[in-house]
Design a protein around this ligand. Sequence first.
Ligand code: TYD
Length: 212
Amino acid sequence: MAPFIVFEGIDGSGKSTTIHEISQRLSARGIAVESLREPTEKTDASREIRRILRTVREVTPQISKELLDLFFIDRLWDINNQIIPSLRAGKVVLLDRYFFSTAAYQADSDARAHEIVATYLADDRIILPELIIFLNLPVDEALRRVGTRRELDVFETETRLNAIAARYNSIFSALPQHKKTVAVDERRGVLTAQDFEELSARIAALVVAQKK
Ligand code: TYD
């Protein structure tokens, strides 16, 4: 199977741009790539997720629980119908958000976030990525980017994104396989062509290693 790469970070952190840049560089090296995202937009669960994120004003514990279940359903579908088939076909999968998002967004404390990660890690239906690329952009800068692009969803306020960013940092520093996580620190505000080149080279090396 080809390597499975996950991108995480708050809204506006540059996941989709980074995926696009890496995808082009891998293709130029002759490596087959499939770019995917969660929520998938392809299941009833994902459509219900979108509806909720656009319409609620407050994420109550009840809504968080509902989102937790819906993301799980959508994710299992994604794994079985898109991720695993692509990896089996020899394509590197670049996934925009995985269960670390669920832990960062659906938890109301760090302890709860760690519990959600532990539940996913213990479930043998959930496949684990070879590499997690965590885009760690300051919240004010991320919000500035998102605000000019489109309407904001319920999580996209400064207070909520600050809590989510803190949770991501807590999750990735505690992750047992943390060596697999590259934290791209975007304090400079932008990723450069050299950053994309380095990340692509790292993924290309994983492709070579897995072929052996
Ligand atoms: P996002 O990829 O940011 O979509 P968009 O490009 O439209 O902003 O994801 C949509 C929202 O879903 C985002 O606010 C984060 C949230 N989310 C969760 O709350 N839990 C999850 O498990 C995932 C994957 C996303």
